[in-house]
Design a protein around this ligand. Structure first.
Ligand code: AQP
Length: 351
């Protein structure tokens, strides 16, 4: 039986220092969607001087089966992407989730706080499970409770994510509120989602109504952060569009999802608004706009790809960075999880 979430009796957020947490799954190579929806903004937040904690969420990745060697590679490559995009492991905490056991410990407790009815409403689960929901892992179903634990085990107050994660963050808020109410405490903050910018949902290059995703069976649907200039050019040139020129105003893109997607990507890469892009290219055919987008994409992504390739030549150094980050993450998370054991009535008497 699902129970209604009550409003907490005690206002909680003012008691917490601003802290950002976010993560990316190493369930494949990172895409332009991950870069514009997440990484680019992770760097901005770090550079604003807020405490930032970023994570390769390998425990989330195995909610669908992963080849162990590929998972290890993707975790290192994802970490390399963070650093190449501008995350400084001295200023931000960068680590992989499985090295900090607080995540799964709190994840279990949240499995016992979250309600089946809440989980059943998660659209990402429905999308990923499709017609096969009897056969997917229990972990895929419980994914949002572990995500709530990722965030709340640091008492993070803000979470930069793409639009697709909004529903999971609402669930994180519900879990925090219910835990606080169930135990009569003001222990967990109620997080704020930070969903900002022109490309909070980058769409597939083959279908403007589908999210660009690293696990889409078609490699043509996405730009990978490891793609070279020729691959980027070929994918953008072949991306689905229509035969009309770009309109004078954004309104003209209302029923043109593929065209709107390319405009959004251009805007996000150029740090412009979609309105400014449409004004600049009003009346242009895709024969003109696509080459401009190729040039911009290669100019912005090329240096990141080159740096990723350089970093990946020294996997031991990446592992060292992840290990140091995990020690720093654990120093924040462990006392918080220990307090959760105290609050929930678990005896902790080992020496
Ligand atoms: N297409 C996208 N547009 C904007 N933001 C995106 N993000 C992912 N895809 C897009 C953002 O990247 C962060 C990490 O997401 P994730 O990789 O952990 O999980 P995901 O959202 O499930 O991404 P994928 O690529 O679709 O992974 P698979 O294919 O493994 O499920 C999040 O902040 C997300 O919003």
């Amino acid at each position: 039986m699902s129970e209604p979430v009550q409003t907490p009796q005690i206002p909680v957020n003012a008691a917490f220092k601003p802290r950002i947490f976010s993560g990316i799954q190493p369930s494949g190579g990172l895409t332009l969607g991950n870069y514009l929806g997440a990484l680019k903004r992770f760097v901005q937040k770090q550079d604003e001087g807020i405490e930032t904690i970023y994570c390769m969420v390998d425990m989330h990745a195995i909610t669908t089966w992963q080849d162990p060697a590929k998972l290890r590679h993707a975790t290192r490559e994802g970490a390399a992407a963070f650093i190449a995009a501008g995350i400084d492991p001295a200023r931000s905490i960068l680590f992989n989730q499985s090295q900090v056991s607080a995540h799964v410990e709190l994840g279990w407790i949240f499995n016992c706080v979250a309600r089946m009815g809440w989980m059943s409403r998660m659209t990402q689960f429905k999308d990923k499970a499709g017609k096969n929901s009897e056969n997917v892992s229990l972990g895929l179903y419980a994914y949002p409770a572990l995500m709530a634990a990722d965030i709340l085990t640091y008492h993070a107050t803000m979470v930069p994510v793409g639009e697709d994660q909004k529903q999971h963050l609402e669930l994180t808020r519900d879990i925090a509120i219910k835990f606080n109410n169930d135990y009569g405490v003001a222990f967990f903050p109620v997080v704020d989602p930070l969903i900002e910018g022109a490309a909070t949902r980058v769409m597939s290059l083959r279908d403007g109504t589908k999210k660009m995703s690293k696990s889409d069976p078609s490699d043509q649907s996405r730009i990978n952060l490891t793609d070279d200039a020729d691959m980027i050019a070929a994918k953008i040139r072949k991306s689905k569009t229509d035969s009309d020129p770009l309109p004078e105003t954004l309104d003209g893109l209302k029923d043109r999802p593929e065209a709107r997607n390319l405009v959004n990507i251009y805007a996000a890469l150029a740090d412009m608004s979609p309105d400014q892009v449409v004004t600049q290219f009003a009346g242009a055919q895709f024969g003109t706009f696509k080459p401009a987008l190729v040039d911009l994409s290669v100019a912005k992504l090329g240096p990141i790809t080159a740096e990723m390739i350089r970093l990946m030549k020294d996997p031991a150094e990446i592992d060292r960075i992840l290990g140091t980050g995990a020690d720093r993450a654990d120093a924040i998370a462990r006392p918080i999880v220990d307090q959760v054991y105290e609050i929930t009535g678990m005896i902790r008497s080992r020496r």
